[in-house]
Design a protein around this ligand. Structure first.
Ligand SMILES: NC(=O)c1ccc[n+]([C@@H]2O[C@H](COP(=O)([O-])OP(=O)(O)OC[C@H]3O[C@@H](n4cnc5c(N)ncnc54)[C@H](O)[C@@H]3O)[C@@H](O)[C@H]2O)c1
Length: 443
């Protein structure tokens, strides 16, 4: 749906009022257009840690142009600072020394990334210094403005070669509505099993997407198909027309069923076995809300929401894993919500289910084998039919209370899922990444 306030502030009168009254200024965000370069402009690389010498080569594979020198007057699309060498809090001043002189040289929708070492793997002063990076990057996300984003990527020792897909995502317009996030790249698999073409990383892969007939699920299907996947869309029989139209357009396949049905996991498994010989990417997107304050919450509202949002993803994942239908280097991807992090009035059922999705990630992340990973997105305010039904005042608060002063689009969630799904993201495991424009709630 349209954001009338954003339309108004793009006019000259709107800009005048924004400047004089200090009103929120939601700038149109750059979004990735298929066939374009991943990053339109140069990225300045700085710092002196474990990764800095590898970064130009890793980014060059993705067609991203880097530089280590900066001339007055040159504008930059992104800044990457390798902070892994900071072993003492007194050295944190290096962050100021690198970023401060460059903050006025940034293009609109600039991308800022700091790379650190996971503090939990360190001790003493080094641990303190690395943990401090989080406050820096989150504040930078609130300061950068004009659609810019800022992230912290903790790279485990030994995972230096596995950062390509993550930096490609974070430096490109694909991460338009992701900011203030802390992402962990582990060392269990040091190099991706294969080095896919970044434009079609999912060529030859099969992706199951539940709730694919509309909204966020439809965009997930579209983006995964753009990246080369054969998409198997799942939705309820009532949504069959939309589901069939979409999957036909994407040259994919479909299955109509209610994911809460007792036999749903077995039917999905059977379909994937017979028609596709297994699956590479499983996206648990289908979700519902049935809001009421707890005092008025009947048992049906509670169990229907828990059933679709949490129990079904758990049962389907268990069945596919038990039958070994998820191929090596496969992906399980959950759709949580910031309600599952911050809680929300009238949503005890929904927030419980979405916090449970985060629990699902935690429970599986250490046990998965053969390069299979599990991660989740936690969307904030995304412009869909679900949020169009929210009362006006609540909707305005949801839209403006974030660093972008606007709602995100379904494609923003889909692009984040596509990054998890990328075969080169094998070392990205156990993450819950918010797609919320750095919303204040639960931050
Ligand atoms: N829209 C937002 O702002 C927002 C924010 C946070 C999280 N989310 C989550 O994103 C996901 C998609 O949300 P959306 O806004 O696109 O919702 P939506 O209602 O537009 O679409 C959900 C889809 O899931 C399908 N579905 C529902 N129950 C099903 C069942 N039992 N079996 C099979 N399919 C079923 C629906 O038919 C529909 O096609 C949900 O998990 C939702 O909780 C959305």
């Amino acid at each position: 749906m349209t954001d009338r306030y954003q339309d108004f502030v793009s006019s000259s009168l709107g800009q005048l009022l924004v400047k004089n009254l200090g009103l929120p200024n939601p700038v149109p965000l750059d979004r990735y257009v298929a066939g374009s370069p991943l990053v339109d402009g140069t990225v300045v690389v700085g710092g002196a840690g474990r990764l800095v010498e590898h970064l130009p080569g890793i980014l060059d594979v993705l067609g991203i142009v880097t530089t280590t020198t900066t001339d007055a007057g040159t504008r930059h699309r992104g800044l990457v600072f390798d902070a892994t060498s900071l072993t003492d809090p007194t050295q944190l001043v290096a962050l100021r020394d690198f970023f401060a002189p460059l903050m006025r040289s940034l293009e609109k929708c600039a991308r800022l990334v700091v790379i650190g070492t996971p503090p939990e793997s360190l001790e003493g002063a080094e641990r303190i210094a690395q943990r401090a990076l989080e406050g820096f990057t989150r504040s930078l996300g609130k300061e950068v403005g004009r659609g810019g984003t800022s992230q912290l990527v903790y790279v485990a020792d030994g995972a230096e070669g596995a950062v390509g897909s993550t930096l490609g995502f974070l430096l490109s317009p694909k991460s338009a509505y992701v900011s203030g996030q802390v992402i962990r790249i582990g060392s269990s698999v040091k190099e991706p099993a294969e080095s896919p073409d970044w434009q079609r990383p999912l060529d030859g892969k099969v992706a199951l997407v539940t709730g694919a007939a509309r909204g966020i699920g439809e965009q997930i299907a579209r983006v995964l198909a753009r990246d080369g996947a054969t998409v198997v869309g799942v939705d309820v029989p009532q949504a069959a027309d939309d589901l069939i139209r979409l999957t036909k357009e994407l040259d994919g396949d479909y299955l109509t069923l209610d994911i809460t049905a007792k036999d749903a996991p077995k039917r999905i498994a059977q379909h994937l076995t017979r028609a596709h010989g297994g699956v590479d990417v499983v996206v648990h997107n289908a979700g519902i809300t049935r809001d009421k304050r707890l005092a008025n919450m009947d048992a049906d509202r509670w169990s229907s929401v828990l059933g679709v949002n949490l129990v079904a993803p758990e049962r389907i994942s268990d069945e596919l894993l038990a039958q070994k239908l998820i191929h090596d280097n496969g992906r399980i991807i959950g759709v949580a919500s910031i309600a599952g992090i911050a809680g929300n009035l009238g949503q005890t059922n929904y927030a419980t289910s979405k916090a449970g999705v985060i629990g699902l990630v935690d429970s599986l992340k250490a046990s998965l084998k053969n390069g299979i990973t599990v991660n989740a997105v936690a969307p904030g305010f995304i412009e869909t039919k679900m949020t169009a039904a929210v009362p006006f005042a609540t909707r305005e608060v949801g839209r403006r209370l974030n660093s972008m002063s606007q709602g995100g689009l379904p494609v923003d969630v889909a692009e984040t899922i596509a990054w998890f799904a990328d075969p080169a993201s094998t070392a990205v495991n156990g993450n819950v990444v918010r797609v919320c424009g750095q919303m204040m709630l639960g931050a």
